[in-house]
Each structure stands twice: as C-alpha cells, then as structure tokens.
Ligand binder design. Structure first.
Ligand SMILES: [Zn+2]
Length: 345
C-alpha cells in the first residue's frame, strides 16, 4: 500500500517510485515504526555493509531512473558535512526479505526550524545501494544530499560496530591449535631456548646444541654465610640483604630514630580492653601525665617527617594523634559513645 506521500506524486514520478519500491514490496514511508529497529541498537551483522565505495558507486555511477545515465552526483559527496554536523536523525533499519530499508530524518540545511526531511534507502546485505528517496525538492532525483548524508551515517555506524575492540570480543588473538598447545610442557628455565628466530635458523641442520646446565653449587654453610655478611657490612655499603639479617638490622635504623619518641600506638594494651569506661578514663589521664616529648625528640620528629608520606616515620608518629583537621571532630564527639569513623580515620 502506498503512503499518502506517494499517492500525491504526479503520474511519472509515482510510476518511478513504484518501480523503486518493488524490490521490497512495501512503501518505506508506510513501514510501521514497530517493524524498525534503531541502527545504533543493531549488531554489525544486522546492518548492510555499506562502505564509502558503495556510496560513491551509487551517487556517481548508478544510472538515474529517469535519464538512464550515470547520476554523477558529485555534489552529494559533500553531504558528509551534513552527517558530521549531526543533521541526520532517527536512523532506523527494517529488513524486508533480503533487502535492508534504512529510514532517517535529515534536517534542512538552511531551515533548521522546519520539520526534518524523510529519507529512505534500500541496500543489499553486501552494502550495495539499490535506491534511495527523499521528500525534499530534489528527492525525486534519488541522489540529493539528504540521501547521501544518510548513507554516510550508516557507513559510519557500520564502521563503528565493526571496530569494536578485540578485547570486547571472544578471544581470537591467542588461538593456538590444539596439537600445538598439547605439546607445550613445562621446563626448567635453564633448558629453554631463548635465542631469536634468526639464530635458530642458523643452527638448523647443525648438531644439536648441548644444553647448558648450571653448575652444581653446594649450599653455603652457616659460617660461610656469616663471613659473607661480615664482609658485606665491612664494605660500608648498606646492602639491602643485611636489613633482614639479625644482628645487622639496627644499622639500617637512622640515627635520629633513637631520639624519636615511641609512637602512640605502643600505648595499646590488650589488658585494658576489658576495663570500664571510667577506669579507662583514669588510665588515660595517668598515661597523659606520663607522656612527654623532649625538645630533642620534637626536633627529631620534625626533621624525620618532613617528607611526610614518603617517610615511614610519618605514618608511625601520626598514628593515634589528633591532627589539626580532626581536632574539631575529636572535641565534638561524645567520649562515652565515640564516632567509630573518627577513631578509624
Ligand atoms: Zn533530499
């Protein structure tokens, strides 16, 4: 059944219109929206593979319906700007047999406030553009800029759908054959051949190279180890291994560490966990009175923690302290029911 638009065409134009839509046996303008799907919601296999060569071929080389000569609509190739400017709206697709009917609305190039033009294009699955139509003044020519812009839009969507990142698809980049995968057996690194392909080519045909094995080395005795550590320490280089060897770790503590006060976290005692609130307050007062920081210790803290988060003492020394940014919250919280988030922060 023809759409009201088609019925209003003059006899010649209507005859041509009927011929064009004959391949889908339906007037695209009369296709119900429920039979269409938004192109953006389609998978790439649900869309015709329209590419630039297909668009070029349709606009330039396809014989016109009226003249029978190539349409050579070079001007329509400029319609890419229409698409880039976002004038193509509501790109829909409807499948009719083996054909894809693309429907779109394209804004007027000069009169944006007017209702958009209605375009349809019929394509094959392989991207071949069969015909197109637009209800603009030049639409009967089948190659107006609105038809071209619609084709560029569908080309772009198809390209976008196909260019999905390989990591968004099932693994296809590491697909060794089953036989090859089955032949891979674990080996010691010493027996692996790390030579490059060119090197391997050179040895093909020659005698099999003897696999280089690491010489057997007896484990060091405790005495040898101690002698090694002593020598290492005597060299004056702070080798990192000594930081984990008892007897040498203290040499890695910075000299200022001796003058730093014990961090507040060391005041914790599991014995106090069962004390009543009142007893805990008493205990806190006693501890507070005993707490003292000498000028030397204060200077040492200031010196050691200048680099803040880059220094581990900064974390140790600030743990349990009420820093300036927390002071207000600390003075507002109920001592009998302290804010848990404040304590943990
Ligand atoms: Zn048009």
């Amino acid at each position: 059944m023809l759409s009201p638009y088609a019925n209003k065409l003059d006899s010649v134009a209507k005859q041509r219109y009927v011929v064009k839509i004959g391949c889908v046996d339906a007037d695209p303008y009369a296709i119900c929206r429920s039979e269409c799907k938004s192109v953006l919601d389609c998978e790439s296999n649900e869309l015709p593979d329209v590419e630039y060569p297909d668009i070029y071929h349709y606009l330039i080389n396809t014989p016109g319906g009226f003249s029978g000569q190539c349409m050579k609509a070079y001007k329509s190739l400029d319609a890419y700007n229409y698409f880039i400017s976002g004038w193509v709206r509501e790109l829909l697709v409807s499948v009719k047999g083996s054909k894809f009917v693309i429907l779109s609305k394209v804004l007027h190039s000069q009169r944006l406030s007017e209702p958009p033009l209605q375009v349809w294009v019929i394509c094959e699955k392989d991207g071949c553009v069969v015909c197109g139509h637009c209800n603009c003044m030049a639409g009967l020519g089948e190659t107006c800029s609105h038809v071209a812009a619609t084709l560029f839009a569908i080309d772009s969507v198809v390209k976008m759908k196909k260019d999905t990142s390989c990591t968004s698809l099932p693994n296809t980049w590491l697909a060794p054959s089953n036989s090859r995968a089955a032949n891979v057996v674990p080996s010691p690194a010493s027996e692996m051949d790390f030579s490059n392909a060119r090197k391997r080519c050179q040895v093909v045909g020659s005698e099999t190279r003897a696999v280089k094995r690491c010489p057997e080395v007896a484990s060091a005795t405790e005495g040898e180890k101690e002698s090694f550590y002593k020598g290492l320490h005597a060299s004056g280089v702070n080798s990192v291994i000594l930081s984990a060897i008892p007897g040498y770790t203290e040499h890695f503590e910075k000299s200022a560490n001796a003058t730093l006060p014990a961090p507040l976290t060391e005041l914790y005692s599991s014995e106090h966990a069962n004390l009543s609130f009142a007893a805990l307050i008493d205990k806190s007062r006693e501890t507070f009175v005993r707490l003292s920081v000498t000028p030397d210790e204060a200077t040492a803290i200031e010196k050691e923690t200048k680099s803040q988060a880059a220094n581990r003492h900064w974390f140790r020394q600030r743990a349990g302290r009420i820093t300036a940014s927390k002071l207000k919250a600390a003075t507002r919280t109920d001592p009998a029911n302290q804010s848990q988030s404040l304590i943990k922060s």
